[in-house]
Ligand binder design. Structure first.
Ligand code: BGC
Length: 757
């Protein structure tokens, strides 16, 4: 049968071939293609040889369930478990993330899976979100840049991705039905840019819509989100897939731009689609568009399906180890207690050293090809390092285990592997606090009293508060949920084989209540208001001038770096300047001033002190990772575009720049910015279209005739706008049409005429 998609091995189908194939499908067959064949496959049409490729979770490893059902979610084929997104984000290393993408793509392909369901790039609005381990950052530039590389890497192997969860799925509480109330500017500047970046730069084969509603409309049937924004504005050509069970009204969803419902099989919804077309309620062209996108996906997948290939399990494990080490963030290293040098001085404490926690619970849980423990890894070099578990991973404190750990630590450098037990965080629910379990904090305090030094090594997916016990630790090492090689990866860092270069992708606050979003998290009565607006993460903490435990971007190294010679070059912006044109060039020099090779991550933040609109104190605009030998210097040049300088103007509905001062800060965290400079940006003054309710001041500014009339009328009543500031303020702030009620300088109709209505 030469109509089937699988005959033309590898080649994508041309639009003409797709149109031709659609014309051969019955209405029922077209509707059936719009839901899966089962939980993890697309629907087939055997008559025409249309195959049903497989899609599986995702995102930091493949979770291909053995029997193809929804049941047995942890019964999947072995696959390499790479660090979760929380770890990957801490690498600030797009190249490494790309390499991991390639490996994930190879595994996906080798298992004959066509789409890996990830990455998840929702913003970390609150550290309490149970799924933060699966998300990258509180900052959209960092999340978007890294996710772009992950998608490019995966898709370089002829398989697809599913960028999720589009959009505003920033909590687990009530995730299936919560309505997130978010203002336009906040959506545009915080919750959408990472999606926009990945869509425009990496063309993910699919985008997965979220469960929740945004401003009253479920994502699965939000036409603005799925069609106007995604396809029309961002130019997306791929396919929108529902999160598993996100469909509420299937026909409404199709009309809004939701192409594929998952999981299948959904015969009742397929029948509804047929019926809506027959009754004239649904334009058949809309159905054809969805089918065309689904067939294009199948065509895109055909080459890999025909030739799955294989992958090197050992090489991928080594990559996972490199990634785990790169994910480690050295938060604190007082007195340079790290790296460890004397095997006879070290004792290992904590159950996590033997039973690592390296990934989170829920749909992303991978069945690893193997698991390295920190204890085994350390004993490979230092074979009789003593160990005591100190606590159990249940809720029950065990005094005897604690006693043993304390006596073992006496006079030694105690390396304590602490962290969150699995039940503390998961897909499906949020946390209620950011605390480490009390028995672990108590153990640390006791060990501290007898040990010569204490080093805390943390495993957790969402951030944990450190302020309560920070003074009990000489060093703190954050590993996140670092994947199957997290044990060996962290030992590489602790022993100095790898010089740490991870940086925080999220702020660690002193108190949970320091975070503005907590006032509105997770909401109630199925409703959450994003009342803090753009002020999540460091944006909020900088605005409220809160002390933090460890700032966004922070991460220590075993060597030292110096930053100098900031140089700024700004070009004028005109109405013709394109969004992606370079407007500001930031140059500076970084040097390795220590005695070890290492990597630093310069971060470029912008502030807008003259802005007439509300602006955050600083926002990350660019970063890069620079590897330097001891004594080596490198000059760095970073170009920022018009878009990088813009805010989203809710009256113009566009990215807008204002003239005035640009404050540029370069440094190694949002709170450690050794280089600061200012330049004046020359740009046209922002003009908003006049409305009836524009203020008198705005009208006078924009319209000479109107201004003259106001001046005449005020003079006649004895008011001098120039010498009477109080009265002037009162009048100038009034909406124009309201002023007309008091000073009839023209009729409302004449005002409307001036608007050109
Ligand atoms: C999750 C998605 C996942 C899907 C399939 C949903 O519950 O939100 O992230 O891809 O299940 O397992």
């Amino acid at each position: 049968d030469d109509n089937g998609l699988d005959v033309d091995e590898g080649a994508n189908m041309t639009p003409a071939e797709i149109t031709d194939l659609i014309s051969q499908l019955t209405l029922e067959e077209k509707a059936s293609l719009c839901s899966g064949g089962d939980s993890w496959h697309l629907q087939t049409v055997e008559r025409l040889g249309i195959p049903g490729p497989m899609v599986t979770d995702g995102p930091h490893g493949l979770r291909k369930v053995a029997d193809g059902s929804m049941a047995g979610i942890y019964d999947s084929v072995p696959a390499t478990c790479f660090p979760t997104a929380a770890g990957l984000a801490s690498t600030w290393d797009p190249e490494l993330v790309h390499d991991i993408g390639v490996a994930l793509g190879e595994e996906t392909r080798a298992e004959s899976v066509s789409v890996l369901l990830g990455p998840g790039i929702n913003m970390k609005r609150s550290p309490l979100c149970g799924r933060n381990f699966e998300y990258f950052s509180e900052d959209p530039v960092l999340a978007g840049t890294l996710a772009t590389e992950l998608v490019r890497g995966i898709q370089s192997q002829g398989v697809g991705t599913s960028l999720k969860h589009f959009a505003a799925n920033n909590q687990e509480t009530d995730r299936l039905r919560v309505n997130a109330e978010i203002d336009e500017r906040t959506l545009r500047e915080i919750y959408l840019p990472a999606f926009e970046m990945v869509v425009k730069q990496a063309d993910p084969w699919t985008v997965m819509c979220s469960y929740n509603a945004i401003n009253g409309v479920y994502s699965s049937q939000n036409r603005w989100l799925l069609t106007e924004l995604l396809h029309e504005e961002w130019g997306y050509k791929g396919l929108v897939i529902s999160d598993w069970g996100a469909v509420v009204n299937r026909v409404e969803g199709l009309r809004a731009g939701l192409d594929l419902e998952m999981p299948g099989d959904a015969p009742r919804n397929d029948a509804r689609i047929v019926e809506a077309v027959r009754s004239g309620d649904l334009d058949e062209e809309i159905l054809d568009t969805a089918v065309a996108r689904i067939l294009s996906l199948i065509a895109r997948a055909s080459a890999a399906m025909a030739d799955p290939g294989s992958y090197d399990i050992e090489a991928h494990h080594q990559l996972a180890r490199r990634a785990a080490a790169a994910s480690v963030v050295l938060l604190k290293n007082d007195g340079d207690v790290l790296p460890l040098i004397d095997p006879d001085d070290v004792v290992v404490i904590g159950e996590f050293a033997r039973t690592p926690r390296y990934q989170g619970a829920g749909s992303s849980k991978v069945n690893p090809t193997r698991v390295d423990t920190a204890l085994d890894s350390l004993r490979q070099t230092w074979d009789d390092v003593p160990f005591a578990p100190g606590f159990t991973l249940t809720d029950h404190p065990d005094p005897q285990l604690a006693d043993e750990a304390v006596s073992l630590s006496r006079g030694k450098t105690a390396v304590l592997f602490l962290g969150l037990p699995a039940v503390a965080e998961s897909e499906g629910y949020d946390r209620t606090n950011t605390d480490l379990p009390t028995d672990q904090i108590d153990l640390l305090a006791r060990v501290r009293k007898v040990a010569s030094h204490t080093i805390v090594v943390l495993s957790n997916g969402s951030s944990v508060g450190t302020a309560e016990w920070d003074d009990q630790a000489d060093a703190i090492v954050e590993c996140w949920l670092g994947g199957q090689a997290s044990g060996s990866g962290v030992i590489d860092v602790l022993t100095g084989k790898v010089n740490p270069s991870g940086h925080l992708a999220e702020t660690i606050t002193r108190k949970l209540s320091d975070i503005p979003a907590q006032l509105n998290f997770p909401g109630e009565f199925q409703h959450v208001t994003y009342g803090e607006g753009r002020y999540i993460g460091y944006r909020g903490l900088d605005a409220t001038e809160r002390e933090v435990a460890y700032p966004f971007g922070h991460g220590l190294s075993y060597t030292t770096f110096a930053y100098c010679d900031l140089d700024l070059l700004v070009r004028p912006v005109s109405d013709e300047t394109a969004q992606d044109e370079t407007v500001l060039t930031v140059s500076f020099t970084v040097s390795n001033t220590g005695d070890r090779a290492g990597a630093t991550v310069p971060q470029v933040y912008l502030g807008f002190p003259d802005a007439t609109v509300d602006r955050c104190v600083r926002e990350l605009k660019a970063f890069l990772r620079v590897e330097l030998d001891p004594g080596e210097s490198r000059s760095i040049t970073i170009d920022l575009t018009r878009r990088d300088l813009s805010y989203w103007d809710i009256l113009l509905h566009s990215w807008t720049v204002e003239p005035g001062t640009l404050r540029v800060e370069v440094g190694i965290s949002s709170r450690d910015l050794p280089l600061t400079g200012e330049v004046i940006l020359d740009a046209p003054t922002v003009r908003h279209p006049l409305r009836r309710d524009s203020t008198v001041a705005e009208w006078m500014d924009a319209d000479e005739e109107f201004a003259a009339k106001v001046r005449r009328a005020t003079e006649q009543t004895g008011i001098d706008l120039d010498s009477d500031p109080t009265t002037a303020a009162f009048i100038l702030a009034m909406p124009a049409y309201k002023m007309l009620q008091m000073a009839p300088i023209m009729t409302p109709e004449e005002l409307d005429k001036m608007l050109g209505d």
